[in-house]
Design a binder for this molecule. Structure first.
Ligand SMILES: COc1cc(/C=C/C(=O)SCCNC(=O)CCNC(=O)[C@H](O)C(C)(C)COP(=O)(O)OP(=O)(O)OC[C@H]2O[C@@H](n3cnc4c(N)ncnc43)[C@H](O)[C@@H]2OP(=O)(O)O)ccc1O
Ligand SMILES: O=C(O)CCC(=O)C(=O)O
Ligand SMILES: [Fe+2]
Length: 361
């Protein structure tokens, strides 16, 4: 149920922050007060808004790849080409049952529809596990302008830990979604790895490419002035690979490496959006591209998305793979401990591609 708060209760920006961030109402709670104008702290600088450099979807579009094509070498090539040229692609006929996707979307709505007292049990301050966190925006203390998004972030440690600490209304669905996607994830990593001369996804490589998994449930409520803010600001993911399930609303935009234009990623029913993350860019010595993306706020619809961040283990040391630099190629990244890299990412506001400079030689 929507909270019965009137917009007049906010006489200054600090009260909005208190309501949204500290009391755990999130932007969903704010949106449901019926607020008519965007509070000042959500107004993004002009250059961060998604109003310039749009491109017509018929001129530039990220590839949609059918994974059921019987010619597997064609599928592998299309995936590796997309990873090099776009860093983003969509996959259809990926083998993950439709019911699993529908269930996790329904579970996402169920979680965000919980009363604030329930959701706020999972804020950083109150959560009984550091692996479960309900929050808003990206890094509210570091950001000059806040983002119009709430999230629940679930870091997988074990089935036992998840069953104890993940919220009841979504834990089974999130776990099933994560588990049932693993075959597809392995296939994608095998294709990407072979093209880097990685012969097989053995234990060491599995641990590097997919040693840890985080599932986020994202909620973007209706926004009173969507043109003045963003759902998520310009960033690249710090994962090795991100598997994103989006609903039918749309709003995700990717920066084209070829033109610099912002290209919309149109919702394709039953598909996943796949993107290369910074860890894979580093491991591939820059061959695969972790690309800037951002999400538009929406004035008429609530939107959800459910990314699975497939990552190295926190304690893994990542750097250009020996297989990649064996041919004499100069490494452009140094070795970094993956958790140091992620901590650096979370410490600052979104700033496009700059995170990866942390690992540049
Ligand atoms: C939220 O909006 C987002 C999120 C994203 C995410 C994109 C990704 O690619 S997520 C995948 C990241 N990879 C991993 O999580 C796997 C490896 N994990 C680790 O190495 C560790 O678990 C850790 C993340 C480094 C946390 O280690 P720990 O020692 O427990 O560190 P903390 O002190 O708890 O946290 C450090 C710092 O980060 C903030 N933080 C931690 N987790 C999250 C989270 N899930 N969401 C947001 N922020 C998080 C935490 O608050 C700490 O900051 P302080 O200022 O409080 O010190 C993309 C786009 C988005 O808009
Ligand atoms: O919601 C989306 O479409 C993308 C979200 C995203 O980029 C992220 O969570 O890292
Ligand atoms: Fe992202």
């Amino acid at each position: 149920m929507a909270p019965t708060v009137s917009t007049t209760q906010f006489s200054d920006p600090a009260e909005v922050t208190e309501f949204v961030v500290n009391q755990g109402n999130g932007v969903k709670g704010l949106s449901e007060t019926g607020i008519k104008a965007l509070p000042d702290q959500y107004i993004q600088p002009f250059e961060e808004r998604l109003i310039n450099k749009f491109v017509n979807e018929t001129d530039e579009a990220i590839p949609v790849i059918d994974m059921s094509n019987p010619d597997e070498s064609k599928v592998a090539k299309a995936i590796c080409d997309a990873a090099e040229k776009w860093g983003f692609f969509q996959v259809i006929n990926h083998g993950v049952p439709l019911a699993v996707l529908d269930n996790v979307k329904a579970a996402t709505h169920r979680f965000f529809n919980l009363p604030v007292e329930e959701k706020s049990k999972y804020t950083k301050e109150k959560s009984l596990s550091t692996n479960v966190r309900f929050g808003t925006s990206f890094s509210p203390r570091a950001e000059k302008a806040l983002e119009w998004k709430d999230y629940l972030s679930l870091f997988f440690v074990s089935e036992t830990e998840a069953s104890q600490f993940w919220p009841d209304v979504c834990k089974n669905e999130a776990l099933e979604y994560m588990n049932k996607s693993k075959t597809m994830v392995r296939k994608l990593l095998e294709y990407l790895g072979k093209n880097l001369n990685v012969k097989e996804l053995d234990e060491t490589k599995e641990s590097l490419f997919m040693g840890s998994i985080r599932v986020n449930l994202n909620y973007y409520p209706i926004c009173p002035n969507p043109d003045l803010t963003v759902g998520v600001g310009r960033h690249s993911d710090v994962s090795s690979l991100t598997i994103l399930l989006q609903d039918q609303i749309g709003g995700l935009h990717v920066r084209s490496l070829a033109s610099g234009n912002w290209v919309h990623v149109p919702p394709v029913p039953r598909s996943f959006v796949i993107n290369i993350g910074d860890a894979m860019q580093i491991l591939s010595n820059g061959r695969y591209k972790s690309v800037e993306h951002r999400v538009l706020a929406n004035g008429s619809n609530n939107r959800i998305s459910v990314p699975i961040f497939v990552n190295p283990k926190p304690e893994s040391v990542i750097g250009p793979l020996p297989e990649v630099i064996a041919n004499g190629e100069e490494p452009i990244y140094r070795d970094v401990v993956y958790s140091d890299y992620v901590r650096y990412f979370f410490k600052k506001a979104h700033d496009g591609k700059k995170t990866v400079d942390f690992a540049k030689i």
